[in-house]
Design a protein around this ligand. Structure first.
Ligand code: FMN
Length: 140
């Protein structure tokens, strides 16, 4: 059975290219075997938002590891849903740098030009991630 999980978290330190590459390398190595797909957003103010899709057991197992990862704190569940189909099946773990997005995309979903994932409903987080997919903003 397929599920989708979206969470937000605060980076423990500055989000450097090294931090992002280490997370993405691990994700892109491990996620295919686990059948997990998704997208990692690097948001303004040292905030991550990630969507994970896959089997319920695999997604829950990975989320447990993510919760214990010292590279971030305040891991907050935004959405958890059972699926009939994936939305982000093309990405072992896609990447989006929200700092580099057109402000119009952010303002569509946010009161301010800075998107704060901790302040938006889960459904809005999903809409934003789908918009990123539809505007080819996700780097594979
Ligand atoms: C923001 C963030 C996103 C992560 N995403 C993934 C992921 O998609 N897949 C993954 O395997 N690990 C991911 N990790 C790493 C996990 O937290 C954890 O370190 C890793 O899964 C441990 O793998 P191991 O059990 O093989 O040692 C992420 C870590 C952070 C900080």
């Amino acid at each position: 059975m397929l599920v989708r999980l979206i969470y937000a978290s605060r980076s423990s330190g500055p989000i450097t290219d090294e931090v992002i590459e280490a997370v993405l390398d691990k994700s892109r190595n491990s996620n295919p075997d686990a059948g997990i797909t998704g997208v990692l957003c690097v948001c303004q103010g040292g905030v991550f938002m990630q969507v994970l899709e896959g089997g319920r057991e695999e997604v829950n197992l990975l989320y447990g590891k993510v919760l214990r990862d010292a590279r971030h704190t305040h891991v907050t569940l935004l959405e958890y849903a059972e699926l009939t189909e994936r939305r982000f099946s093309s990405w072992r773990m896609g990447r989006v740098d929200v700092n580099k997005l057109n402000a119009g995309i952010i303002l569509k979903y946010s009161e301010k030009p800075q998107l704060d994932p901790f302040q938006i409903p889960g459904g809005v987080a999903l809409g934003f991630l789908e918009e990123l997919m539809n505007t080819a903003s996700i780097v594979g």
